[in-house]
Design a protein around this ligand. Structure first.
Ligand code: ADE
Length: 228
């Protein structure tokens, strides 16, 4: 997979993308991530990328030309696959595990990090394939959401996580939250571990895990039972 990220804060990405699983995925050539400074695509001598809204009102908007130029340049460099162009903004569809799985199937993602009061509507209408939000709260920009999306997607790429089973049993698989986990020591500050987990009876352990996962989901996220 190739991911291009268009941002006015390119430096924000370095520390996050060059650590942990995403760093490993890049080293293993599972993903190539390119960061583009939107200001490089501004025709303005001050590298301005925003302007006032037509019709008045408060706040600034992202101008369309630098964003179009950046996306067109990326598309011209990558001609062998059609990219999915995604705008990170609070108005988008909320990211969930199902969407992450869908996005993990694309060979090329272009992420546009929204800013200010928003982007010129023509970007949405003519350039963007889908809009994604990471939740019903407003952040200062689309950079953190883009990093969240990249993390959620890259870990799903084949060969990125060592243990395939850990993907099968994690939260949201089969619309369930995870069952409780314990590790050594079996006794810690007078707190124990459910006997069943120490019994060695793998069949019973599996039943217990399924039961507790169901109970936990019912208590905390009953909405998951009705979602697909
Ligand atoms: N930009 C600002 N807030 C956001 C959010 N919650 N999701 C995606 N992009 C955003």
């Amino acid at each position: 997979m190739r991911i291009d990220i268009i941002t006015i804060f390119p430096k924000m990405f370095e520390p996050v993308l060059n650590e942990s699983m995403i760093k490993r995925a890049q080293h293993k050539n599972k993903v190539k991530i390119h960061i583009h400074d939107l200001r490089d695509y501004s025709a303005d001598k001050h590298r301005k990328v925003d302007d006032r809204p037509f019709g008045g009102g408060s706040g600034m908007l992202m101008r369309p030309e630098p964003i179009f130029k950046a996306v067109e340049k990326i598309k011209s460099q990558v001609t062998n696959r059609k990219p999915q162009v995604i705008l990170l903004c609070p108005q988008g569809k909320t990211l969930n595990q199902k969407t992450a799985k869908k996005l993990a199937k694309y060979k090329h993602l272009i992420l546009i990090c929204g800013h200010y009061e928003g982007v010129d509507e023509r970007v949405r209408q003519y350039l963007v394939d889908e809009e994604v939000s990471i939740g019903d709260y407003v952040l200062t920009g689309g950079e953190l959401p883009a990093m969240v999306l990249v993390d959620a997607v890259v870990r799903l790429l084949p060969g990125v996580l060592g243990d395939k089973n850990s993907l099968n049993f994690e939260s949201f698989e089969g619309n369930l939250l995870e069952y409780p986990h314990y590790t050594r020591p079996a006794k810690f500050k007078n707190m124990g571990v459910p006997d069943i987990l120490l019994s060695g009876d793998h069949k019973e352990i599996e039943i217990w895990r399924k039961k507790t996962a169901l109970k936990r989901t019912k208590e905390r996220r009953p909405d998951l039972f009705s979602s697909k």
